[in-house]
Design a protein around this ligand. Structure first.
Ligand SMILES: Nc1ncnc2c1ncn2[C@@H]1O[C@H](COP(=O)(O)OP(=O)(O)O)[C@@H](O)[C@H]1O
Ligand SMILES: [Mg+2]
Length: 325
């Protein structure tokens, strides 16, 4: 767990705090998104966690330990750090870049070598094809994948990600987000993720901290932010199309009605659309529009139909959260 206690940062010579009395707890194994407009203090907040910036007052604790009492090198080795321009060393190969932290941790050569292959597989780059390439031979998306692999190399419990996908085109960016979420399901790191893109915050976050002028104006789940924005600043930030965004956060498996064996029998062979449990309610709506039916079936991993989702049900879900737009 990462904990900010009354953290203040005022840069020398400035009249106001860049971060003002920040209190925040980030639970282990979750993704906390820091979102807000440029200059609101996201990067400053993040860089105080790995001591790239020191707070003017207040304390930051990791696993109950004040980071002031932790050696800076030791601290940074336990924190993966990913930034927008990746910061890959241009003169080193992909493999050598990934090997930096394991090398500093004193790992044996063959352990490092198998770790490089394992990580390149994880980020979906063929190890044989990529480990000896130089960063300038890679596309933007591939560089970011290597950046992710490098940050994970020493298996740090914490990852800091500062607008990591900000420079990618929208399609590559969406793919990286999806893949990163899939990776996180396996690795369950404690992640602090900075973005100015509220869509990204909603998609990626377990919790979202909305920052304005160095202060948290709302700290809640994506669903809560959409259904219950705590002040006009947050409403403006999330914009008007909340219903669709909310649908994109609900999983078919969570909101379906389970079917009895007899109903499953009845459903067999019917022409309606079928989606997996992990498909979103937004996918379900698209599927209904495609088939022209007011319901779809939901199937499990073995492709057995287990539930049904109907249009009225979706409508009720959205309205229960008080959204009309
Ligand atoms: N080294 C610095 N010296 C003075 N002011 C700074 C410095 N770094 C950032 N700031 C100011 O602190 C505020 C927060 O900046 P930053 O944390 O980078 O915001 P964000 O990442 O949300 O864009 C801004 O007003 C910025 O101009
Ligand atoms: Mg920033």
């Amino acid at each position: 767990m990462i904990r900010f206690e009354n953290v203040v940062k005022r840069y020398p010579g400035e009249a106001t705090d860049a971060v003002h009395n920040l209190n925040l707890e980030i639970e282990s194994g979750t993704i906390c998104m820091l979102v807000g407009p440029s200059g609101c203090g996201k990067t400053t907040t993040m860089k105080m966690i790995n001591k790239l910036i020191r707070p003017s007052s207040g304390a930051i604790l990791i696993g109950g330990r004040n980071i002031d009492t932790v050696d800076t090198i030791e601290l940074r080795l336990s924190i993966g750090y990913i930034i927008q321009d990746t910061g890959l060393f241009p003169h080193m190969t992909v493999g050598e870049n990934i090997a930096v932290v394991p090398g500093e941790l004193g790992w044996k050569k063959d352990r490092i070598s198998s770790r490089i292959d394992e990580l390149l597989d994880l980020v979906d780059l063929n190890p044989k094809a990529f480990r000896n390439k130089k960063p300038n031979e890679l596309s933007g998306g591939q560089k970011q994948r290597v950046g992710v692999a490098r940050a994970l190399a020493g298996d740090p419990p914490i990852m800091l990600m500062d607008e990591p996908f900000g420079a990618l085109d929208p399609i590559t960016r969406a793919r990286m987000q999806d893949e990163f979420l899939r990776i996180q399901e396996k690795i369950r790191k404690t992640i602090v993720f900075v973005t100015h893109d509220v869509e990204e915050a909603i998609k990626m976050g377990d919790t979202i901290a909305v920052l304005k002028l160095g202060q948290i104006v709302q700290l809640s789940s994506p669903m809560e932010i959409l259904s219950n924005p705590s002040d006009p600043f947050v409403s403006e930030l999330i914009g008007g199309r909340n219903s669709l965004k909310m649908l994109s956060l609900m999983r078919c498996g969570q909101i379906m009605k389970t079917l009895s064996p007899a109903e499953v029998e009845e459903a067999r062979g019917s022409p309606q659309g079928i989606l997996g449990m992990k498909a979103t309610a937004q996918d379900a709506l698209s599927e209904m529009l495609r088939t022209g039916e007011r319901f779809i079936f939901v199937e499990d991993e073995r492709h057995d139909v287990v539930g049904v989702l109907d249009f009225e049900n979706l409508l009720e879900r959205v309205n229960r959260h008080g959204i009309t737009s």
